[in-house]
Design a protein around this ligand. Structure first.
Ligand SMILES: NC(=O)c1ccc[n+]([C@@H]2O[C@H](COP(=O)([O-])OP(=O)(O)OC[C@H]3O[C@@H](n4cnc5c(N)ncnc54)[C@H](OP(=O)(O)O)[C@@H]3O)[C@@H](O)[C@H]2O)c1
Length: 249
């Protein structure tokens, strides 16, 4: 078994974001043709497509809360590239609301988080299922979070949405086997713009609780995705922690 994805196609939702861009780069360096989605970051998406090694990559504007746009993306991927071997659900949203501030977590924000983080990921899998099953070795990677198991994170609904995502990973790994494997990659705190913009005291506290003594890099999340698609063929229905040991602290 070699770590190559030559001849394979990977679709990445939220592919122009901090972690998504690194996942796209790692997949392309491993030989895959990458289809990436953005919602608002069109310039970043175009620049990323231009920077990827290999040919055939393209970016499309897709709102994962609009299931029809995911269906259109799957159809275009099939028409242009004739296959899709890997789907990475990386699009996600959140906002900081203290867990004790129940009024601050209003219905609108709760619905937005679940529509994006859970329903969006499910709808993407539903749209891409025929393509992923075509060659009997499809893979879905759901980018969840250590927040799912710790119950700590940007807000209560975000933690719950990622726990629900990990549960979906198990349900669909069972339901879609053996043609499609489904795994979660569960990052701890990742060194992205979003995290760099946080309060310094908060970041220091998070670092103190991370046994490896540093943040995880976006590239390390990309490496985990490539590993799941290449070397780690027996994995399905599991959560791969890429968190620097954060749950131990
Ligand atoms: N950063 C961390 O420490 C960390 C830790 C654990 C898990 N995660 C997870 O990793 C994933 C990527 O996060 P990130 O840190 O890279 O944040 P990010 O840069 O904000 O990326 C999030 C991406 O999701 C896209 N998105 C949001 N809502 C969308 C929607 N309705 N439809 C389509 N795309 C949508 C955004 O697209 P546009 O920019 O184009 O609007 C953006 O590219 C998320 O699922 C997040 O929960 C992050």
């Amino acid at each position: 078994m070699t770590a190559t994805l030559r001849g394979k196609v990977a679709a990445v939702t939220g592919g122009a974001g901090g972690i998504g861009a690194a996942i796209c780069a790692r997949l392309a360096h491993a030989g895959a043709t990458v289809v990436l989605t953005y919602r608002s970051s069109s310039a970043a998406a175009a620049a990323l497509v231009d920077s990827l090694p290999g040919a055939g990559h393209f970016a499309r504007r897709v709102d994962v809360t609009d299931s029809a746009s995911l269906g259109a993306l799957a159809a275009e991927t099939g028409e242009r590239l004739s296959r899709c071997d890997v789907l990475v659900n990386c699009a996600g949203t959140t906002r900081f609301v203290a867990h004790s501030d129940l009024e601050g977590l209003d219905d609108g924000l709760i619905d937005e988080i679940f529509r994006t983080n859970w329903r969006g990921a499910f709808a993407a899998i539903r749209a891409f299922q025929p393509l992923l099953a075509q060659h009997a070795d499809g893979l879905v990677v759901n980018i969840s979070s250590v927040a799912a198991s710790l119950g700590t994170g940007s807000n209560v609904a975000y933690c719950a949405s990622k726990a629900a995502m990990d549960c979906m990973t198990k349900s669909l790994a069972r339901a879609l086997a053996p043609r499609i494997r489904v795994v979660s990659v569960s990052p701890g705190l990742v060194d992205t713009e979003f995290v760099r913009g946080m309060d310094l005291a908060w970041r220091k506290d998070q670092l103190a609780r991370t046994p490896i003594g540093r943040l995880v890099t976006p590239e390390e999340i990309g490496d985990a995705v490539v590993a799941a698609a290449t070397l780690l063929q027996p994995l399905t229905g599991c959560v791969i922690p890429v968190d620097g040991g954060r749950p131990l602290a």
